[in-house]
Design a binder for this molecule. Structure first.
Ligand code: SAH
Length: 346
């Protein structure tokens, strides 16, 4: 492969139109090729059947279409599918298809590895190698949509950015990918069916609000007490709860969009009443919802899921304070496809 060739999907539609005009062709040719690249997700110029052979050869001489390759697909007993996704430079990320009775959710990665250091997460053990490009995020969604149609006879319905990486530390590319995913010129999905999950980068949460995004926001909180949160998510020392809270207040004031808090209850870490009270308090400043997620062990024994009494106490206290709470069972655990397990075995 000629490394000097440019990835054609790094071009905007306008740039592609201008390229064809420069080559003495019609700007409209740019629209046709753009449609092949995004809406039809073509991975080869040869697939572009309404483009002349001569033009396809000219494109081939100037560009590459960098694309992902699903290297390995594992299917769990509960129907969850995990894809090991190979990138053009041979790095690998993972994405997951989660089928339930009435929806199919794609859990996608935004970075190779992660720069954060959450102590309970397998991805944190890989250092951040690079950000994913918009097309690499888009391709994961397309691959899962195809698998959903093939194995479950229905299109993908939801997307969560809860795979590898911290989406708000790859802000521009994640937003560009979501643009393509929601655009009628891409997959035409509703932004209301997309959740971006962050460990809480205050400046970037404010930027989301300023950029008037339409997707939903989830925050991996895990503790509303600074010392505890810092001990399990060390970057909390840099972005303490006070700053997170201020950014979320700003988010809510601008978007009027409810916030979801992701929360795992661990034995001896955040399983007694004072932790629930702190959470209740943290939930008060903006309409919010709490997802209690099951802990997925990552083989070191340091963290253990709290017992069901502790979970029941959380549910009871949150509900008594009129805070919506759901208890989420993990999916795909048997193939290490559950939250925080990505990269466990690769
Ligand atoms: N960096 C983003 C998205 C990736 S993590 C974020 O932090 O939100 C997706 C979710 O899985 C987060 O809520 C994270 O806290 C949670 N998680 C990480 N490791 C986990 C584990 N071992 N068991 C259960 N959930 C985990």
């Amino acid at each position: 492969m000629d490394v000097k060739k440019k990835d054609i999907r790094a071009l905007t539609k306008e740039q592609l139109r201008a390229f064809f005009v420069e080559k003495g062709d019609k700007a409209f040719r740019g629209n046709q090729v753009y449609e092949w690249l995004w809406q039809k997700a073509a991975y080869s110029f040869d697939d572009m059947t309404n483009i002349s052979l001569e033009t396809r050869q000219m494109l081939e001489a100037n560009f590459v279409i960098n694309h992902i390759k699903v290297d390995q697909m594992q299917r769990s007993g509960d129907g969850t599918i995990k894809n090991a996704v190979r990138l053009h430079d041979d790095l690998v990320v993972e994405s997951v298809l989660i089928p339930t009775a009435n929806r199919t959710t794609a859990c996608v990665s935004s970075q190779v590895g992660c720069s954060l250091d959450c102590r309970f997460c397998a991805t944190a053990r890989l250092k951040r190698m690079r950000n994913l490009n918009p097309d690499e995020i888009y391709d994961q969604v397309v691959a899962i949509d195809n698998e959903s149609r093939l194995y479950y006879n229905r299109p993908l319905s939801n997307i969560v950015f809860m795979g590898m990486g911290e989406p708000l530390m790859n802000y521009n590319n994640v937003l560009k990918a979501i643009d393509k995913i929601t655009s009628p010129e891409g997959l035409g999905m509703s932004p209301k069916r997309i959740v971006v999950s962050t460990s809480g980068v205050p400046k970037m949460i404010k930027k989301l609000a300023d950029d008037k995004v339409k997707f939903k926001l989830a925050v991996s909180l895990h503790s509303a007490i600074d010392e505890v949160r810092t001990s399990i998510m060390p970057f909390n020392a840099t972005f303490p709860l006070k700053d997170l809270r201020e950014a979320l207040e700003y988010w809510y004031a601008k978007t009027k969009n409810r916030i979801t808090y992701e929360y795992v209850v661990w034995q001896g870490i955040n399983d007694d009443k004072k932790h629930v009270d702190a959470l209740v308090d943290f939930c008060r400043f903006a309409p919010s919802k709490v997802n209690l997620i099951e802990y997925n062990p990552i083989d070191d024994g340091e963290f253990q899921q709290a017992d069901s009494e502790a979970i029941d106490m959380y549910v009871k206290v949150l509900e008594a304070n009129n805070i919506t709470v759901t208890v989420r069972r993990s999916r795909g655990k048997d193939i290490d496809a559950a939250c925080g397990q990505l990269a466990n075995k690769t």
